[in-house]
Design a protein around this ligand. Structure first.
Ligand SMILES: Nc1nc2c(ncn2[C@@H]2O[C@H](COP(=O)(O)OP(=O)(O)O)[C@@H](O)[C@H]2O)c(=O)[nH]1
Ligand SMILES: [Mg+2]
Length: 385
């Protein structure tokens, strides 16, 4: 094992130095921006410090996914270098020195530290730009790029194909999303609560789900609305109920809610609408609990509009985290061209996705979420004019 630190003006330059000295099998362990030169804090230059290593006996052991998640470009090599088989023929002193060297390195490496922006070698930079342009969060991008870089330098040169990187990114995302509940409602619970901030499309989406249940699945559907804040909101859902010829009850209190639930006990599905209000108001979610049922009998879906900023979405999710939510519904896909939330919300909050809505038309503008539908728009190359 040979580990070496390089300082260069750019990642490209560092790669050249590393390749010249350590060869193509070298692996990047970490990189960070450092300041160099200067006088009394003035005239300093930003440089890149890259730690690279070459393993004389590569064993191509696959990376441990969780370790990669914490420190993408680092863990693989550290893990491989404590393999006992590689230590044959070395003295204890060598081993102790190597372990100390590694310990020192690990301390220096900040977990999941992304490479400085605009500093990836060209084919990787293309992926970085695409993900960044779509609003995929910095830490997820760092994980993906770290994994791609590791895989790249593990391969013999003739097997490295820049065109395969996009596919590898898709595979990485697929694997990560596959452990989350992605897909439409299975209606295992009778009560479906729809919650979320104002104006995201809760009522419209309830009408779409109700129509799907009635028209396609021939289920017996009833509606309850707890959104009594605005008269217009009640009327809006009543109109959909009339069109679909299904019953609706208005619940002003938990007692009303329980009565309505009892009234509809022979129905297959009860869809429950709720008031939006300001998601910054902490009391709001507590108030919801006073008129809705969040017990085992019910499933609760959070509606998020893709037109919201991700920073706001994070606040919304935090606000609703008191409720037992496993899946979200993404609305207004048709009103944006930035889909990073499809990746950020599942991977950063462990939430699956049930539906995606893409227009105001009831019932047509809604589809069941699939892993492909979440990934494709994020990786779709920006259309050139
Ligand atoms: N473009 C677009 N508009 C939508 C979508 N879903 C809902 N809307 C519109 O968003 C507005 C608010 O919807 P509403 O269901 O009343 O939201 P709520 O306050 O969360 O119940 C209405 O004008 C809807 O027609 C969608 O997927 N795409
Ligand atoms: Mg509404």
């Amino acid at each position: 094992m040979k580990i070496k630190k390089y300082t260069a003006a750019s990642m490209h330059e560092a790669m050249k130095l590393i390749r010249a000295e350590l060869g193509d099998e070298a692996v990047i362990l970490s990189s960070k921006e450092v300041e160099s030169g200067g006088f009394l804090g003035f005239f300093t230059k930003k440089k890149l410090e890259v730690v690279a290593a070459i393993d004389p006996m590569p064993d191509h052991k696959p990376a441990n996914r969780n370790e990669v998640r914490r420190a993408p470009a680092v863990s693989l090599q550290v893990e491989r270098n404590i393999q006992p088989t590689e230590k044959a023929g070395r003295s204890d002193e060598d081993l102790v020195r190597e372990v100390n060297e590694l310990k020192k390195l690990i301390k220096e490496i900040k977990p999941a530290q992304p490479l400085p922006e605009q500093e990836y070698p060209l084919p990787f930079q293309t992926i970085e730009n695409q993900l960044k342009g779509q609003g995929v969060s910095r830490s997820i991008r760092a994980e993906i790029l770290g994994t791609l870089l590791n895989e790249w330098y593990k391969k013999p040169e003739e097997d490295r194909d820049p065109k395969a990187l996009l596919n590898q990114t898709a595979e990485w995302l697929k694997k990560e999303l596959s452990i989350l509940p992605v897909g439409g409602l299975r209606f295992e619970k009778k009560i479906i609560n729809i919650v979320g901030p104002t104006g995201v499309g809760k009522t419209t989406t309830i009408a779409k789900i109700a129509a799907e249940c009635v028209l396609k699945q021939h289920k017996k559907v009833a509606l309850i609305t707890t959104d009594t804040y605005r008269i217009a909101a009640v009327e809006q859902l009543k109109t959909y109920a009339k069109i679909l010829n299904i019953p609706i009850e208005v619940a002003y209190s938990i007692e009303d809610f329980k009565k309505a639930k009892d009234l509809y006990k022979h129905y297959d599905v009860i869809l429950v609408d709720s008031a939006g209000r300001n998601f910054r108001n902490k009391l709001y979610v507590e108030e919801l609990s006073k008129v809705m049922d969040f017990t085992e009998e019910a499933e609760t879906l959070l509606v998020l509009a893709l037109t919201s900023k991700y920073e706001d979405m994070k606040q919304i999710i935090a606000q609703f985290s008191l409720l037992p939510i496993k899946q979200v519904i993404f609305t207004k896909q048709d009103e944006t061209s930035s889909y990073g939330a499809y990746i950020n919300v599942p991977l950063e909050f462990g939430l699956g996705a049930a539906y995606i809505t893409n227009g105001q038309n009831v019932p047509d503008d809604m589809k069941e979420a699939t892993i492909e539908q979440l990934i494709e728009p994020v990786l779709k190359e920006a259309e050139h004019e």
